[in-house]
Write a protein that binds this ligand. Structure first.
Ligand code: ZN
Length: 76
């Protein structure tokens, strides 16, 4: 798979996603699997992983976390 912007090869890696929620809540998800372009820095996260991230963030909010780091968990 190649970068949609600069056509360089995408490399497997991990990224950090920051979600700014209502009421000033900030949830940061670490170690999210992503394909990363070494040329321009474009990060591509597949649908499956983005759904997992979404669930983790929703759970964190439901748990009352207002600001914090959570780690990507494949089992989520
Ligand atoms: Zn690129």
């Amino acid at each position: 798979m190649n970068c949609p912007y600069c056509k360089s090869e995408l490399k497997e890696g991990t990224t950090v996603l920051t979600f700014q929620m209502d009421e000033g809540k900030i949830i940061v998800v670490k170690d999210v699997p992503a394909l990363i372009c070494e040329q321009c820095g474009e990060e591509s996260i597949n649908l499956e992983n983005s759904k997992v991230v979404e669930k983790l963030v929703q759970k964190a909010v439901a748990d009352g976390i207002t600001m914090g780091f959570i780690e990507y968990n494949h089992a989520a």
